[in-house]
Ligand binder design. Structure first.
Ligand code: NZQ
Ligand code: ZN
Length: 383
């Protein structure tokens, strides 16, 4: 087991009706900027609940944070916050609104060029407190220290990690997610599933609890994922899904374990260049990554086949193959495509992306297995 430090200061407030808790969780003297996406919060009644809870607070609103939030949009909110002496931020939405708010929080007190904070996270040493009302179970951003920001003007999508990104609290009312369209439910299940896999599917590491924790999450996501496709107004189904998504990426699944994350990193390229949703990129890349790296991941794949998919016959190699097939068919069952060509991404994309990764001189994955050359193999395999 690797050495690790675990800390997660985010208070989780979970359950129906809990948006009303905003009234008491934020001090009365705070000047709050509430940030939203494109309008779903107004259509499903979440906005009205938030406004009602904060009717005795000073609030200002910022609307229009897009999926895969953009630096330029976030900087408009930074300006608004600075002009109005904002000292507390509230994100109401999915991972995009939350991630943008994390960046806005750090940028408000920063005097230099705010993009530097993304390039060098160690520059983030002051921030603005933030909280969230989550409306889309998927990213785990409501309870972690991660964020992802895009800059379309320079074709970049970059993640940032800092302890200043932990929300003070997050409110999770499963009923807020009833209005999610099928596409976002599919995305959410696959994203949470992949967060678990990125921390689990490496090599056997004798971390008994983390293995069982991850396998428990995967099995719960398979069970609730299948159910949520037809019953997304069922409270307990949505509550289970929401809890799984937060638990998949809040540090609890990652204690002392080797981690992968190559699929996430190389998937960002498909979003910024071709506009795929985050989870769509994962469903396309991951089966290909497993096929390309099977010999490195074989033993763990066989363990996953046995414990998660109940495969008890065949050699280790055969179990690994079945594990890959089961994973791909689960993504398809969730309604996602698993090939780049199904999104009409041309074969030339492989070398375009390869050259971008090569120029950066980076490698990804456990033991940095995914060099730019291996990434090219994965993209080819995903065509
Ligand atoms: O903008 P509005 O109108 O609110 O609509 C949103 C958006 O169009 C809609 N939506 C959200 N809640 C809804 C709803 N529609 C109906 N009812 C509701 N209750 O859903 C659409 C997608 O929202 P978005 O926030 O973009 O989705 P998601 O939560 O999947 O976030 C994706 C972003 O998070 C990043 C991704 O890269 C991407 O930029 N990630 C962040 C992570 C983190 N911070 O830890 C980890 C992840 O791996 C991921 O990379
Ligand atoms: Zn993700």
């Amino acid at each position: 087991m690797n050495n690790f430090t675990f800390e997660n200061p985010t208070k989780l407030i979970f359950g129906k009706g809990s948006i009303a808790r905003l009234a008491t969780e934020i001090e009365k003297n705070r000047r709050i900027l509430i940030c939203f996406g494109g309008g779903s919060a107004k259509r499903n009644g979440v906005y009205q609940q938030v406004k009602e809870a904060l009717k005795d607070h000073y609030t200002l609103e910022f609307w229009g944070i897009e999926p895969n939030p953009d630096y330029d949009t976030a900087m408009k909110a930074v300006e608004l916050a600075r002009t109005n002496q904002i000292d507390f931020l509230l994100a109401v939405g999915g991972g995009s609104v939350i991630d943008a708010v994390k960046f806005i929080a750090h940028a408000i007190p920063y005097e230099g060029d705010a993009w530097d904070l993304i390039k060098d996270n160690s520059l983030i040493c002051r921030s603005t407190p933030l909280a969230t009302v989550l409306t889309l179970p998927a990213t785990g951003s409501e309870m972690n220290h991660r964020g992802v920001l895009s800059r379309r003007s320079t074709l970049e999508k970059v993640s940032f990690i800092t302890p200043y990104s932990f929300p003070v609290f997050s409110i999770l009312d499963p009923e807020t997610a009833y209005s999610l369209p099928q596409r976002q439910l599919s995305n959410g299940v696959v994203d949470a599933f992949m967060h678990t896999m990125e921390q689990y599917m490496t090599y056997p590491d004798h971390n008994i609890l983390m293995d069982r924790w991850a396998e428990g999450l995967l099995m719960s996501l398979i069970e609730t994922g299948e159910r949520i496709m037809s019953q997304h107004h069922d409270y307990d189904t949505m509550a289970n899904f929401m809890l799984c998504a937060s638990m998949a990426l809040n540090g609890f699944a990652g204690m002392g374990v080797p981690q992968d994350w190559a699929t996430h990193r190389i998937g960002y390229e498909l979003t910024i260049l071709f506009g795929l949703d985050h989870a769509q990129t994962l469903a396309v890349i991951y089966p290909a990554l497993l096929r390309v790296l099977k010999k490195h991941k074989r033993d763990k794949l066989a363990q996953y086949a046995e414990r998660v998919w109940n495969v008890h016959t065949g050699s280790t190699d055969e179990k690994a193959d079945i594990a890959i097939e089961k994973t791909e068919s689960f993504f398809r069952q969730m309604g996602l495509r698993t090939r780049m060509s199904e999104y009409e991404i041309p074969a030339e994309a492989v070398d375009i992306i390869y050259n971008r990764i090569k120029t950066r001189g980076v490698s990804y994955g456990e033991n940095l297995l995914v060099t730019p050359e291996v990434a090219r193999e994965i993209y080819k395999n995903a065509l």
